[in-house]
Design a protein. Structure first.
Length: 392
């Protein structure tokens, strides 16, 4: 473990610090509840998670509180019910490099920390006992050193493309990723993958690994996927059904979906292609159902290209206005965010197994026996069933 990560974990204490064996599960929950994710694509690393488990009455009113603690910042969202029974929203995104001091505010009714950044200050409620010591501990390092920086691929004579180094740094324990790193290394050596193609796939493996541990990454409000936009869009539209659109605004591609009462059964819409069937296998049928709480009338999907693959935003509407998905939709949103992982793993396998001359759109049409034969030719006999079983 890197000394900076160890230092931060040692100083992250308190009643609301999630135990290590529950960090990944809680991080995925906070993905959906706070709709905030880490910048894993930039090399950000998860240190720990803070979570306040509100009673059912508070959750019914929309209260939620969760923070991701990383190597470089604390980020998340807190929404607490005030005395007027409305929500006070506290988005949190504080970089360690900006912190100059902190003061704990504790008592019978309060548990907050005020964070100082030069002349500016910011109060974080709920987690004062957990964060004050951590903020004070930052003084051991100059501001510029309060991060691990970016994670670059490193190569040498015995690791020409960096795949072996990536395999050694994997942290999720997902067996699919070790096989992918081995396959990419072999395909590069065989000339099936060019250096740029192998490097691109390895960076996606790194992002996928961090996602498995800390929940889905986010960039400028968009959830990140290692899937290319065409594959991601077809998968999500296949699970949602008939769409209005697309239309483009010069930056993103947008679709809207009218939702029936209690969600939609869209098996017929998704089952027309091999990719549609794969998306149903991992996303399920009728996952737009939102039991209890506000009833979503419409859903808007926005897609954008990114170097790591693609980004997407889901917005909901209960009537005439659009906004973030309501807390009542958190179970559905989590199903989407985590369910995509199995589709992503399958795509990475197919893309690594076949040359770039095979277009993305045709990958999911590849017969299973062909995939097995191609992978076996590269790395020898192996069990690919881990790429077919769902792991949500």
């Amino acid at each position: 473990m890197h000394p900076w990560i160890a230092h931060l974990r040692q100083n992250l204490v308190g009643a609301h610090v999630v135990p290590p064996h529950q960090v990944t599960q809680t991080a995925w929950t906070l993905n959906a509840e706070t709709q905030v994710g880490g910048a894993w694509h930039e090399g950000e690393q998860l240190v720990g998670v803070l979570h306040f488990d509100f009673p059912e009455r508070g959750r019914a009113q929309g209260a939620h509180a969760g923070l991701l603690v990383t190597d470089r910042r604390v980020v998340g969202r807190i929404a607490v019910v005030n005395i007027g029974l409305s929500l006070d929203h506290h988005p949190v995104d504080i970089a360690w490099s900006a912190v100059t001091g902190a003061a704990h505010e504790g008592g019978l009714l309060t548990n907050a920390v005020t964070v100082f950044s030069g002349p500016l200050q910011r109060k974080i409620p709920m987690f004062g006992d957990s964060l004050t010591r951590l903020f004070h501990s930052l003084a051991v390092a100059p501001p510029a050193q309060r991060t691990l920086g970016t994670a670059e691929l490193t190569t040498h004579d015995h690791d020409a493309v960096g795949a072996r180094g990536v395999a050694q740094r994997l942290v999720s324990g997902d067996p699919r990723l070790y096989l992918l790193a081995q396959l990419i290394d072999a395909q590069y050596a065989r000339g099936v993958l060019r250096p740029a193609e192998a490097g691109d796939l390895l960076r996606r493996v790194q992002l996928f690994d961090a996602t498995r541990v800390g929940g889905r990454a986010q960039h400028q409000g968009a959830w990140l996927s290692v899937l290319p936009r065409s594959i991601l869009g077809e998968a999500l539209r296949g699970a949602l059904g008939a769409a209005q659109g697309p239309w483009h605004d010069g930056y993103a591609e947008h679709y809207e979906f009218n939702l029936g009462a209690g969600g939609r059964n869209v098996a017929g819409a998704a089952a027309s292609t091999a990719l549609g069937l794969a998306s149903l296998a991992v996303l399920g049928v009728g996952w737009v159902s939102v039991p209890g709480g506000a009833s979503l009338a419409r859903l808007r999907l926005s897609l954008v290209d990114y170097p790591c693959g693609a980004g997407f935003v889901l917005a909901g509407s209960t009537g005439s206005t659009w906004g973030p998905m309501p807390l009542s939709a958190a179970p559905m949103l989590r199903g989407v965010l985590s369910g995509l992982c199995d589709l992503e793993a399958r795509y990475l396998l197919l893309r690594a197994a076949h040359p770039a001359t095979v277009p993305d759109a045709a990958l999911f049409d590849t017969p299973a026996e062909t995939v097995v034969a191609d992978v076996t030719a590269a790395i020898g006999p192996c069990d690919l069933s881990v790429f077919l079983a769902t792991s949500r």
